[in-house]
Every structure is written in C-alpha cells, then in structure tokens.
Design a protein around this ligand. Structure first.
Ligand code: F6P
Length: 327
C-alpha cells in the first residue's frame, strides 16, 4: 500500500542517547531524497504542543553524525500523556500540514505514540533511542553501544586504581529498569559481581564471595550495580559490605550521565542510519504505526502497541558466566 505522506515530522523524546543525531540525519535526508518536506519538532512532544517546529534542509543535519545529544533537544512531556495535550499537538501538526511522524525515544515515548496514533490520523513510526536497551523487538537500541563502552572505559580506569590500593570498588551504572549496561560492562571488565534489577540481590552471597576471594588473596574486586537494582544502588551495597567486612577498603563510583553523552560509536551511527532510512521508507510504503527495529540483522516492523519494555530477559546462564570468570 502506498501512502501519500508529503510532510513529515521528526522528534527525539525521553532521555537522549548517542546516535540520535545520526538517526535524525538519516530521516531528514531520506525524506528529502523522496521529495518530502521534513520538519524537526523541538523538545519531543513538548515542542509539538507548543508549536516549536522548524523546517529541516539537507544542510540542517550536516556535521552532526558524530555528535552526542540531539540537535532537536528532548524532554519528558507529561502533557502528552493526557488526551487534551495530544489534541493540541494534533492541531499544531495539522496547521503545519504534517502527515507523518518519526519518533525516536524509549518505551515511554512509544506509549505516547500509541495513544496518539489511535486517536488521530497521523501515522507514527517509532525508533528505539535509549541507552538502556530495554525495548522488545530489536536486538539494538540507539545509544546502548556507546554508553556501555563509556562504562567499560571508566571501569577499566577504576580497576587501575583499585589494583594499586588493593581495594573493592562498587561501581554504579545507569539502567533504571534494565540491567543490560551493568551486565555487558561488568562481564567486559571482569567484575566480580553484577547486581541488576532483573534479579533479587543476595547480599549475603556477595559477602561470602568476597570472603572467599580474600582467603585466596584476591583483594582487588569490582562490583557493578545497575542504578535500578532492588537493593538500593552502589552506596547501599557499599554500606552493607563495609558493615560486614570493615577491614576491606571500599570505595563507591557512580558513573551517572557521562554514559549518555559523547560521540556515538560506529555501531550506534550505523544502526541509527539504517533505522532512520527505514522509518521514512515505512511511512512512504504505508507501513504505519510500527516500530522499526533490527532483529537477527534484518529490519523488523512491529505494531507500536505491541512494543513494550523488555523485562526480565537476562538469563541465569549469563550470571553463571560472571561467577565462573571472576573466580
Ligand atoms: O532511560 C535512560 C536513562 O539514562 C536511565 O538509564 C536513567 O535511569 C534515566 O534515563 C535518567 O533520566 P534523567 O536524565 O531524566 O534523570
């Protein structure tokens, strides 16, 4: 089915992620290639409601593929979760003649898109832009690879100083509901324990394992904790460890938002470019209200309403690998 989109809007929403600019560039240039007019909507859904919309040209996206952040800026817009907010946004789009949308964001942004696409006749295409990698229907999300490599670089540096002092470091990485950054960066840096929201933290097990390592004179240890871990984050883990094992010198490092910034990795630029291109192709081909992801190296198109948060998918085998390799 061909559809007559002629003016499309692109926006970034929710937490920014490295590679969003590469996706914007791909959407703008693919749209222009097909003779469409492309509009950038500033600050996510907020800009839709406030009519903060700019015309994009090919040159508007020059020299951005290597930049972190998002040139369109982003926001978490509460008003868009209300029908009144979405109605205003629709009227704004209608005034501009915008008849198709590409939304780059996380699961919260897609929930907004689902409601919008059910209420109004403007087709929406979702692209996963989140460092958390917590979206079903895609093997990759834009920004995860860069974020996890930033975490790895930081933890490697922490290991140097941990090694120099024979210390234990508890490192907190991002991931509100998902432990992927912790899991990948922890395995890649040889962490002794990885604590994630998907598994109940057994602090006694962590302590027993540290005691056992101490008996073997393994004094340099790194525990990677996802910020959303149910036990209460790195500070709480360190506090309990210090209480039970006061002779072990323990330090806490919270990596925070450095994981969200920086130049996107090659992989993030590559997948963002592919996804951005296919988002526009989907709008033109009439493949509406879908989420464009990559599964087993192929593009996947999943109805937006079926795209949920990826939860609890971290297998126990991976945790077993952590234990064995950190012995
Ligand atoms: O969803 C991405 C993310 O970076 C999470 O890992 C983190 O919990 C959250 O955003 C932080 O959001 P904010 O920057 O709004 O504090």
């Amino acid at each position: 089915m061909q559809n007559k989109v002629s003016r499309i809007g692109v926006l970034t929403s929710g937490g920014d992620s490295p590679g969003m600019n590469a996706a914007i560039r791909a959407v703008v240039r693919t749209g222009i290639y097909h003779g469409l007019e492309v509009y950038g909507i500033m600050r996510g859904y907020q800009g839709m409601i406030e009519d903060d919309i700019i015309k994009m040209e090919s040159r508007s996206v020059a020299n951005i593929i290597q930049r972190g952040g998002t040139i369109l800026k982003t926001a978490r817009c509460k008003d868009f979760y209300k029908p009144e907010g979405r109605k205003i946004a629709y009227e704004v789009l209608k005034r501009h003649g915008i008849d198709g949308l590409v939304i780059i964001g996380g699961d919260g942004s897609f929930r907004g898109a689902v409601a919008f696409s059910q209420e109004f006749d403007i087709p929406c295409i979702g692209l996963a832009g989140t460092i958390d990698k917590d979206i079903h229907g895609t093997d990759f999300t834009i920004g995860f690879d860069t974020a996890v490599n930033t975490a790895v670089e930081a933890i490697d540096k922490i290991r140097d100083t941990a090694d120099a002092h024979d210390r234990l470091f508890v490192v907190e990485v991002m991931g509100r509901d998902a432990g992927y950054i912790a899991l990948y960066s922890g395995i890649a840096t040889g962490a002794e324990s990885i604590l994630i929201p998907e598994r109940k933290t057994d602090i006694e097990d962590v302590i027993t394992s540290l005691q056992e390592k101490e008996r073997r004179k393994k004094l340099v240890n790194i525990i990677v904790v996802a910020e959303g871990d149910g036990f209460g984050g790195a500070a709480e883990v360190a506090r309990v460890v210090q209480e039970k094992l006061p002779h072990i010198e323990t330090r806490v490092a919270i990596l925070g938002h450095i994981q969200r910034g920086g130049a996107p990795s090659c992989q993030d630029r590559f997948i963002a470019s592919r996804m951005g291109y296919h988002a526009v192709e989907s709008l033109i081909e009439g493949r509406h209200n879908v989420f464009v992801g990559i599964l087993n190296s192929k593009m996947s198109y999943i109805p937006l309403e079926k795209v949920g948060k990826k939860k609890g998918t971290i297998s126990s085998e991976w945790m077993k690998i952590v234990k064995i390799l950190a012995s």
